[in-house]
Design a protein around this ligand. Sequence first.
Ligand code: PXL
Length: 279
Amino acid sequence: MKRAVTIQDISCFGKCSLTVALPVISAMGIETAVIPTAVLSTHTGTGFSGYTFRDLTDDIVPVSEHWKKLGLSFDALYTGYLGSKKQVEIISEFIDDFSTESNVTVVDPVLGDGGRYYAGFDDEFAAEMRKLCAKADYIIPNMTEVSFLLGIPYTDTYDEDYIKDKLVRLAEIGCRTPVITGVNFGDNRQGAAAYDSERKEFYFSLEENIQRTVHGTGDIFASVFTGAVVLGKTVERALDIAVKYTVDCIRATLPEADEMWYGTCFELCLGKLIEYADE
Ligand code: PXL
């Protein structure tokens, strides 16, 4: 059986990070170990204020030391939302310890959305995250995160050449295959783009653009993409599966007015994900 470890926070309510990655990757038939980096009462995005935050940075090294003694190994090391610069440094060491010739490292550099940082993040934190990205085989930023990682202004208006140029610049950070999410060329499509810097090939996967923003779609996309790569899918296929599933989830959330304001109803689509992973 394939085995991944995902390292990110638990937002106890709000459907993101670990409460998405664990069910999604498990549903793809992959054992999913976790290292929770913090426990929050809710996510920090739109809709919530006054959330609690318990930092678990001090637990990461002991977990890692124990796993080293046990001789554990993983087919994927997948990081998401991380709470502090110190935590990024520690996780960077974890990646040094657990990455091998045959496994993959996926870094979702969670920094912000809509041109703005999430609460508590700034340029210094982005610089630390950029160093982590240099160690990854795959990074999965949205356009806001691309702008913070590259130190360029955020824009939501661009063409294919703009995206290709940014993908090449992201690869220059040191990551083999950058993936940009939320790509939309101003028409009725939205999706993701990737660049395999070894093969020098670009891939675009675009589906219907549903004109609603729901929280947690980045985590759904990154989890499915990671699972697909672990299952041995090509970058092109992993991109297609992750885009298709994310769109399914957004579509399934539209009628759920009670939940739409804080999260995405990915649970309603897990059955389809299993089909996509088998194709
Ligand atoms: O969805 C990314 C994410 C993960 N974890 C926490 C967050 C967010 C985005 O807002 O606040 C705690």
